[in-house]
Design a protein around this ligand. Structure first.
Ligand code: EPU
Length: 419
């Protein structure tokens, strides 16, 4: 499948933000930990969610889907062999480890996949599960996690890890005793998972902070939960306006969750009006932009997932911007595609690049390498003069629901072809 894009097209109108992908995926795992059905509302209609739903269904859970809600009934779970084909596509499947270990005492994990954004090691998961007393047997193609007896522990993450924190949280809530997780990820999606578990009866202190104190309980109730607004979608749409011009109302969002990226856009000269109570942002490009250097960080810093769209915005700004990607080493490799479009950029090393602007971009044929770089190239194509084709749009569909349809409504000339 391909996207055909004609540019340049300034944005105009209003767009609604979907529920957070990186919360929704983890809630499917949380549902396997409780003893009754769980209904998740405001689930984004994206490929990664479908893969996760297929994964829990393949494990035997009953999954019902109506509108933007999924109901997961874990009582029919049948086994704990994670399907290799699905794990190869979606790394978030790692968060299923804890719930499955509790239910079956043994989990078979084929080596996981995910993005092409660099090394994606799983050593924190292995060390974390071992700290709880699980036996972890590493084989060439798979890893076996076995639990004879799990005991509460203190685990300090050497580096902040989002899925790592979530995986240990999803294990600790049902391990008797008091577990302390230090240097935990503070991302809003991690906090939302913690809040949901609390609503099911888990005892967790420090939700949203870097120290989580968890007192294990025997049982968790089912319940209902609504995903928070996707902050990465919000920031992506805001950066889209910086790259393409025009003005956009971004609805159903939580502006407070994107304060750091909005500060960069404001410093660049974008007009940013926020109404936190209404969940609305109004973004406009009224003046020429200034280049602003930035670096990615864990929350509340600039998320690595927003680095690619914010970098595209720098190509349209006056001056030099140093972009420092601190989290993943493969997240700047789309820069060579930008050069092909006429951008002036130097990749200094896998973590840093310098963009010099403003430059007129030209349409070309592009391939989407991962969700975020794919979306960034889509933005570059919409800002570029002429016609572009983006191949491998599955990668964009993994994280953005019906993106072509939604972008057409705000002025982007984009069509999807089935070839
Ligand atoms: N790391 C290790 N060992 C591990 C795990 C992580 O060294 O066992 C390192 C990573 O290599 C990286 C750093 O720790 O350098 C942080 O990675 P993290 O574990 O936080 O990433 P993740 O949990 O695999 C999640 C999101 C990503 C997002 C990152 C950073 C999900 C499903 N994925 O990944 O989202 O970029 O956190 O915020 O929640 C996306 O949505 O496109 C996406 C890739």
């Amino acid at each position: 499948m391909k996207f055909l894009i004609d540019g340049p097209t300034p944005l105009n109108g209003s767009i609604s933000v979907a529920g957070a992908k990186n919360e929704a995926l983890k809630l499917f795992a949380a549902a396997l930990l409780v003893d009754a059905p769980v209904t998740i509302h405001r689930v984004p209609e994206i490929e990664d969610v479908q893969r996760m739903a297929e994964m829990v269904a393949a494990l035997g859970a009953r999954v019902a889907h109506t509108g933007d809600a999924y109901t997961i009934d874990p009582t029919s779970l049948a086994h704990a062999v994670l399907p290799a084909d699905l794990m190869a596509r979606i790394r978030a499947g790692l968060v299923l480890l804890g719930p499955l270990l509790h239910r079956f005492g043994e989990v078979i994990l084929p080596l996981p996949g995910g993005d092409s954004i660099g090394r994606r090691p799983i050593d924190f998961f292995i060390r974390g599960f071992r700290a709880f007393g699980a036996e972890v047997i590493e084989e060439p193609e798979r890893i076996i996690f076995r639990a004879h007896h799990l005991a509460a522990t203190r685990f300090v993450f050497p580096l902040v890890s989002v899925t790592g924190t979530e995986a240990l949280l999803l294990l600790a809530v049902r391990v008797s005793g008091t577990t302390i997780i230090e240097n935990a990820a503070r991302e809003p999606e991690v906090a939302a998972l913690g809040e949901f578990l609390r609503s099911c009866g888990a005892v967790i202190d420090g939700v949203g902070t870097s120290t989580l104190t968890i007192r294990g309980v025997d049982r968790l109730r089912g319940g209902e939960v609504t995903c928070i607004p996707d902050r990465i979608e919000t920031g992506t749409f805001a950066a889209f306006v910086a790259a393409c011009g025009g003005e956009l109302e971004i609805r159903d969002c939580a502006p407070a969750l994107v304060s750091a990226p909005l500060a960069i856009l404001t410093e660049m000269g974008m007009s940013v009006e926020r109404d936190d109570a209404a969940g609305v942002l109004r973004i406009a490009r009224d003046t020429p932009l200034r280049a602003v250097s930035f670096q990615t960080d864990g929350y509340p810093g600039v998320p690595t997932d927003l680095q690619p769209p914010l970098t595209i915005a720098q190509t349209q700004a006056e001056g030099l911007a140093l972009v420092h990607e601190t989290i993943f080493e493969g997240r700047l490799f789309y820069i060579d595609r930008l050069l092909k479009m006429g951008a002036q950029a130097i990749l200094c090393d896998p973590h840093r690049c310098v963009i010099s602007g403003p430059r007129v971009l030209h349409g070309t044929t592009l391939e989407s390498p991962d969700i975020r770089a794919g979306m960034a190239l889509l933005i570059a194509a919409a800002a570029a003069h002429g016609h572009s084709t983006i191949d491998n749009v599955y990668q964009i569909d993994r994280g953005f629901a019906r993106i072509d349809e939604r972008l057409r409504a705000i002025g982007v000339q984009i069509t999807r072809t089935e070839e």
